[in-house]
Design a protein around this ligand. Sequence first.
Ligand SMILES: NC(=O)c1ccc[n+]([C@@H]2O[C@H](COP(=O)([O-])OP(=O)(O)OC[C@H]3O[C@@H](n4cnc5c(N)ncnc54)[C@H](O)[C@@H]3O)[C@@H](O)[C@H]2O)c1
Length: 273
Amino acid sequence: MAVDFGLKGRVILVTGGGGGIGHAAALELARHGAAVAIVESRQDSGKAAVAAIEAAGGTACAFVADVCDEESVDAAIDGAESSLGPVYGVVTCAGLAKPAPAESMPVQDWEAVLSVNVTGTFLTTRLAARRMLPRGEGAMVLIGSTDSLGGQDGRANYAASKHAVVGLAKSLAYDWGPRGIRVNVVCPGPVDTPMLRSATAATGIVPEKLYLPRTPLGRLTRPVDQARAITYLLSDYASNVTGAVLPVDGGLSAGYLADLPVPATESERMLQS
Ligand SMILES: NC(=O)c1ccc[n+]([C@@H]2O[C@H](COP(=O)([O-])OP(=O)(O)OC[C@H]3O[C@@H](n4cnc5c(N)ncnc54)[C@H](O)[C@@H]3O)[C@@H](O)[C@H]2O)c1
């Protein structure tokens, strides 16, 4: 029997819902009966996500907005509420990575990443909360990263922004919990999406070679792994969980002696083949 997560008929807003993780989250939430409002800067990928959800028998609509632009996000939430009903949940998947060595990173790249990942998340959550708080219920999942928990070379802007997402979520959890809104963070490890491929291509890194020897579960995580964690945290199964930070990374962030290879795993077999 399918698990009833209590999401049937609830309206969930997914920013970046046309991207790798956002698309998977939107599909998974719709599979559990949620009506999904995609908020995307790219009209084509927003439409594609809606088409995929509808083809699977779900309900969705898409709105073009830039999460850094308060007016466009406000209009998108208005549109979502007119089309689907009161927003119950929010997932903030809109994100940007622009890796470069800190000493030569253009200030524009620092600001662009902070703007989308931090200010965009702040604006989306508070604009939604203004509608949700008077109704006294709801849940939000903010997307961090394993770079919310530690740093990497070339990731000064991204890791700073993703640490900030955790601070933001914990503050919002404290602020809005007494008024019925839970706020949690999912921290994906390297997920096989266009963002990962373009970020690593810029530095000549092969994600499998870099990450798998340090990943106890021996594989890159998939968008659907993130989608399932997001669905759980939005659901009634997590009704007593707020302010939590959940790594979904195959164990990558668990080891602090990260240069020691994980012995005899699927990752070694993959690298040898
Ligand atoms: N892919 C990974 O390995 C990985 C790992 C850890 C964390 N994350 C995080 O997960 C989230 C989703 O990443 P993804 O891998 O699906 O990336 P992606 O590039 O596939 O998707 C990101 C989506 O956000 C949208 N977007 C970007 N800027 C926007 C803006 N200003 N306004 C509205 N929409 C905007 C893009 O159009 C895109 O569809 C991001 O926050 C990212 O930082 C990704």
